[in-house]
Design a protein around this ligand. Sequence first.
Ligand code: FEO
Length: 416
Amino acid sequence: MTQPLKAVRVSEHVYWVGAIDWAIRDFHGYSTEQGTTYNAYLILGDKVTLVDTVKPAFVDELMSRISSVIEPSRIDYIISNHSEMDHSGSLPAVVDRVRPERVFASPMGVKALADHFQLNAPVASVKDGESMSLGNLSVGFTETRMVHWPDSMFSFLLDDGVLFSNDAFGMHLATSQRFDDEVSGWEYQAAKYYANILMPLSLVIAKTLAKVEALKLPIKVIAPDHGFIWRKDLETIVSLYSRWSAQKRNTSAVVAYDTMWGSTATMATAISEGLSSEGVRNKLMPLKGCNRSEVITELLEAGAVVVGAPTMNNNIFPPMADLLTYLKGLKPRNLIGAAFGSYGWSGEAVGQIREYLSAAGVEMPLEGLKVKFVPREQDLADCFQMGSSLARILKEAAAIDLSAPAATTREAPIPR
Ligand code: FEO
């Protein structure tokens, strides 16, 4: 590192000493078109404490920012809130340079760190609800299992009211500003982060929100490990998490498709028209122009997903198999859907799409729609009908309670 970098003061005793990754465009399969940050924090107590580290390639940036405040060898403790590599990847290098007295992690974190590294420092566990003295300051710990991994925990600096929330309340967004009141237009990135990282953990997140609320911590600042720090708009991000974790849905739809020679694209357009004819806002998402993580973001609050792909060599056209595998893992709740696609000889793709959607928990009230080679006028009328029928079902479900678990799977021919 040739140029010294600066820490940013967060509160009386806390400095941000993280790294800004302006260049990353793929975060384990999630498109990060606006980069990200790996936030780490330095607590200047009698016992100087580093909260989390950064991705391995950014260790020099971390050390440089620490050095702008304090000689790194003065760090006594390191708290590891989560062992995933974007937060612990540079821990071995930091430990070797700093030689801390001890590294602290949750009981699951101690095991996870041991499974990742051989650290040249003792690693001790801190329990849920435990507090630790830094001499003049006190840090409390709350286990937040599965937000994002089993080892995840929050740390809380009681004296300054700073909650170190690790993966929660963050987003993949690189900015030169560090605080929420300095950044605008972040909402899409917050939703994208929730949809792609946290959506399958929504039930746990709802419980974690309730658990932290019950602790009645005097939180003044939420300091996550990605994106900017919340010092003004804390309520906004917490209420967004409350809303997203409930997985309540609106009456909009996403039509995701891929096409070989244009037939499935033509079908997708007719289905979109059918949805629109019933006043259902919808978005056509051709996979040739959309990353899987963008489709998932649109599905965070949409009520319906319509998926189309041609059959290729007796299988789903591969880019769509990619999206469906991803969707299945993210387990969206309370979604309805339908499948369509063109084919030349065998036409297995539509049935396979339905199997994926069913495995993902998507309720499918309509039969799939297949068209041989090129859609004719009647085929396009059927596609339109699929869209308008699904729109009516969606509106009816929303009028009842779309967030309630589906009692039955409705299977019916497309009404004409
Ligand atoms: Fe940002 Fe689960 O790591």
